[in-house]
Ligand binder design. Structure first.
Ligand SMILES: CC(C)(COP(=O)(O)OP(=O)(O)OC[C@H]1O[C@@H](n2cnc3c(N)ncnc32)[C@H](O)[C@@H]1OP(=O)(O)O)[C@@H](O)C(=O)NCCC(=O)NCCS
Length: 192
């Protein structure tokens, strides 16, 4: 059995996993839970589109056929004639902190640059979500700056941080990585 991490389309059995990751406060985690939602909405969308459209998509993150989480992306207009992808991720609680989130986001970047023509992939995460900021840095994303009062969650407007990777950027191994807490003092990770 191939135990490498890989991405694959969502199958019917995965819907329960996605429901957990999006709808269960424990499983979605402090930064991702936005209140209850109707799970029939998810099933309807899956039946209609397999969660893969020209506007965005969702893929399962799996290892040895076991679902560990999901990645998704959606189209974000940048000018009248161009757009980029905005990506998101959720890993099941039992597999967090093991490097899978980093690898899954690397795989998603490779997939999107290989199969779509965008020049930029971005990710926005809450400023207190250090695990995701660290995972994005390790996956080759550059921290661009703070978005003030960006997202409403649990009764408050919260600052977020914008990260991006461009088609021309090097592979993550070529790029020095700083932990988020260090980066606040060290300035931008890449300056040229
Ligand atoms: C954010 C998330 C996708 C990162 O994936 P992951 O597999 O846990 O990340 P990785 O193990 O690749 O890297 C995370 C790094 O942050 C560190 N970390 C710090 N706090 C952590 C925490 N609470 N949970 C997990 N990792 C944490 C890890 O140790 C690791 O650093 P290391 O490589 O030096 O050990 C995952 O934790 C998750 O699904 N969280 C809940 C949902 C979420 O916040 N999604 C993003 C919304 S924008």
């Amino acid at each position: 059995m191939n135990d490498q991490l890989r991405l694959r389309p969502v199958a019917e059995d995965d819907l329960a996993v996605i429901e957990r990751l999006l709808g269960d406060p424990e499983a979605s985690g402090e930064h991702s839970w936005r209140g209850w939602f109707d799970p029939r909405w998810l099933r309807r969308r899956w039946e209609e589109t397999s969660l893969l459209t020209r506007e965005g998509g969702t893929l399962m993150v799996v290892r040895s056929a076991e679902p560990l989480g999901l990645v998704n992306w959606r189209r974000q207009g940048t000018t009248l004639t161009s757009y980029c992808w905005n990506i998101g991720i959720g890993m099941l609680p039992k597999v967090r902190g093991l490097g899978y989130g980093t690898e899954a986001q690397r795989l998603l970047v490779d997939y999107l640059f290989a199969h779509t023509q965008v020049n930029r992939i971005q990710a926005i995460t809450e400023i207190t979500n250090t695990a995701e900021q660290w995972a994005l840095s390790k996956a080759g994303f550059t921290r661009e700056g703070v978005l003030r009062g960006y997202g409403f969650r649990d009764g408050e407007w919260r600052d977020a941080v914008m990260y991006s990777v461009l088609r021309e950027d090097g592979k993550p191994e070529d790029v020095p990585v700083l932990r988020p807490s260090h980066r606040e003092h060290a300035g931008p990770r890449r300056d040229g």
